[in-house]
Design a protein around this ligand. Sequence first.
Ligand code: HEM
Length: 417
Amino acid sequence: MRSAVNKVLTNLAILKVPTRPNRYSTMADYTSWDSLTDRTFSGRHLPATAAVNPRLPKVEDLAELYERERFVESPKSTVLFSYFAQWFTDGFLRSERAKPGSTRDLRRNESNHEIDLTNLYGLRSDVTRQLRALEGGLLKSQQINGEEYPPYLCEDGVPKPEFSLIEVLRFDEQSAEKRNRLFAMGSDTSNLQVGFVMHNVLFLREHNRIARQLAAAYPRWDDDQLFATARNVLTVLLIKVVIEDYINHITPFLFKLRLQPGSFPNPKWYRQNWMAVEFQLLYRWHSLVPPTYRIRGQDVAIWDTLFETELVTSNGLGAMFEDASAQAAGAVGLRNTPPELWHVEAASIQQGREVRLRSYNDYPSWPAFRASPPSTRSPRTPRCARACDGSTAASTTSSSSSACSPRSRARTPCCRR
Ligand code: HEM
């Protein structure tokens, strides 16, 4: 009985939006063979607006929408949730990176569009190979203070030849001392913030634990088979955590969804993944980030948690997870982003305009969305969003606590009626 209900509810939840393939991508305003196959452009749910509404306020004038004056705590989410969300989404929401000598094209992405643990294994197989021990199916690792960690990327501030393909965002801005503490990991953001580091270390340890168990159980398997099978197991484990812990935490349903792969042999929604630009923008839940991180009783500034693996190696992984689970995250919504990330909110609004995103209010009324099963969304949200218009969609979408909560409606000009 539980399985049948789980199946029906999972289908209903997925079919709230039309199934892929999307008719449009960020490549062009019309459909073509290229636009239907080139996933370096992001998918899009609705066609672009013909032109950005010239009456929209300047991006810098929208600062008030996200500036936090007083920290509003999430009533239910902790910093661990925030760390996990940031780390998990980095695996598949990856806008094109800045390249020397060329302008960043924000219509494009550098994603595999899969839940494939890119953060741990890298975007490409040649990167994965550099991270592998090539023995026993293991990932390379080292022991620090009696715990297992990824190997260090650099020696004397320079990447080791064995890691020639590993990239780190903002590498040039790091001191030689900091570079020597960067780990060799799959994503260019894996060292960026301590939450990324914690999750990568945890999943690296789990990969190696599974590989060792497999090696003991299947002594004839070679390194490749052990590695591939450990990765398969870890991917399923991640999806289980995402559905059963993360999604159940976010959704307002009383029924707890369960991973039940055998129940969906050939569903209509079983199509190739392709991340949509709307998803990439609305997932920027920067208001989850608290003013400071509380680590072993100390308040650590956000800046001091960036590119700093020593926080994990000196305190130990268990203590870091314990502290993250004990501290409240920020409530997702307007006027609750810490100053360190205001520029990121502005960049998100700008990106929404550059890809000519439609008004938030167009989404629930678009025919394809109307045809999907009835929404459980509060009728308040679209009305509120009407005033915000178009490119603020990134800031007006929330998880548990709505951006258009009574609190934010009262305080936010865009939501005042
Ligand atoms: C200290 C914490 C954080 C820092 C320093 C940070 C920083 C950034 C920066 C610099 C960007 C790039 C903006 C751009 O160039 O367009 C970004 C994008 C993004 N952030 Fe955060 N962020 C943090 C927390 C979070 C959290 C908690 C989430 C929750 C899901 C999140 C989700 C995203 C997403 C989805 C993107 C877009 C990624 C892409 O398209 O490449 N971030 N963040």
